[in-house]
Design a protein around this ligand. Structure first.
Ligand code: AMP
Length: 326
């Protein structure tokens, strides 16, 4: 792979035309000299992204968007791989959105590595890595926000006031800029997924919001860009989130399906692990995120735990009828 002025180039596989590539879907080869290349473009101007999206739409291409804050790991890549198979053009946005961070949060130290991210995205076959600047997204005088009211209030919304207002606003802006027919999010941020689904439904957005399973390390820790903050003792302790999930699933194997039984098992694991402090534990309806007293059919177990100064979240589906899940 070579890089020329923000455009990543790979030798083309099917130089015949702008028709279907080897995977049977439209490609976008460039003629350079006597050869052809496929490329991933890095776009940072909002107007350039909007113009390209309009052109793609006019040609009948289905656009998928994967919104991210970068520092990619296999969780991000799994969303991109899904988006690649479900669309004609895949845009990955990389924007560390200041409005979703509280004043004492980690905005200033959020990990970043554009070169590495770009290489990884290109490896998946992303068409555009969209990197708008904060100055362009929120120019002087900016004052328009969107809020998904009830769903944003509890859980992470209670611990991080204003967080989901920032998330909903930036995602709505990205939808306007990228014009996706499909937007792909991870179930890792379960409340975020619920908020965005509600946002799309309530505002009649012509976007299908798709949730994809949590990708974990071999030992069960959910991948997260924030895992890089953990020292080795905290990394070892962080496993308590997944162990707590396994304990909850064990409880489901017995006849005990009550919130008390499930949360007691979860609490016991976390509280017996050093370096931890529970932020919240919830057993909720998967759609409304309102607390449930007993698991009937399906419920979602939500966990937020501090490991030193790093807050990690995780969740799982608990289902009456099957032994599941990610
Ligand atoms: P972030 O860059 O942290 O804002 O995450 C971008 C997207 O990746 C969000 O939709 C997240 O839910 C998703 N994501 C983050 N971690 C994982 C993971 N371990 N498995 C699957 N998706 C993830």
């Amino acid at each position: 792979m070579i890089k020329i002025k923000g455009i990543f180039l790979t030798q083309g596989l099917d130089p015949a035309s702008d028709g279907p590539g080897l995977d049977g879907r439209p490609q976008n080869p460039l003629r350079i000299g006597r050869g052809f290349v496929f490329f991933m473009e890095i776009i940072s101007e909002i107007k350039d992204m909007q113009a390209l999206a309009a052109e793609w739409r006019s040609r009948g291409f289905k656009i998928a968007l994967v919104p991210t804050m970068g520092y990619f790991h296999r969780g991000h890549l799994s969303l991109m791989e899904y988006g690649k198979t479900s669309s004609d053009r895949l845009v990955v946005s990389l924007f560390v959105n200041p409005t979703q961070f509280g004043p004492n949060e980690d905005l200033a130290r959020y990990p970043q590595d554009l070169e590495r991210d770009a290489a990884q995205a290109r490896g998946v076959g992303v068409d555009v890595l969209y990197t708008p600047t904060a100055a362009a997204m929120y120019p002087p005088g900016y004052q328009t926000y969107v809020e998904v009211e009830r769903l944003s209030q509890g859980w992470c919304g209670a611990s991080r006031p204003g967080h989901f207002k920032g998330v909903a606003t930036v995602v709505l802006k990205l939808f306007h800029q990228v014009q996706p027919e499909e937007a792909v999010f991870g179930e890792k941020d379960y409340q975020q997924l619920a908020v965005i689904k509600r946002l799309a439904a309530d505002l009649d957005l012509p976007v299908a919001v798709v949730g994809r399973p949590i990708v974990r390390e071999a030992d069960g820790l959910a991948l997260s860009s924030r895992n890089t903050y953990l020292n080795s003792a905290e990394r070892a302790a962080a496993l308590c989130l997944y162990r707590a999930i396994l304990a909850a699933r064990e409880v489901m194997l017995t006849d005990a399906r009550s919130r008390e039984d499930i949360l007691a098992a979860v609490r016991k694991i976390i509280m017996s692990t050093p370096h931890t402090r529970i932020d919240y534990l919830g057993l909720v309806d998967p759609e409304t995120l309102e607390e449930v007293g007993t698991v009937r059919q399906e419920a979602r177990l939500l966990l937020a735990v501090w490991l030193g100064s790093t807050r990690l979240i995780d969740n799982t589906l608990l289902a009456e009828s099957r032994l599941c899940c990610v």
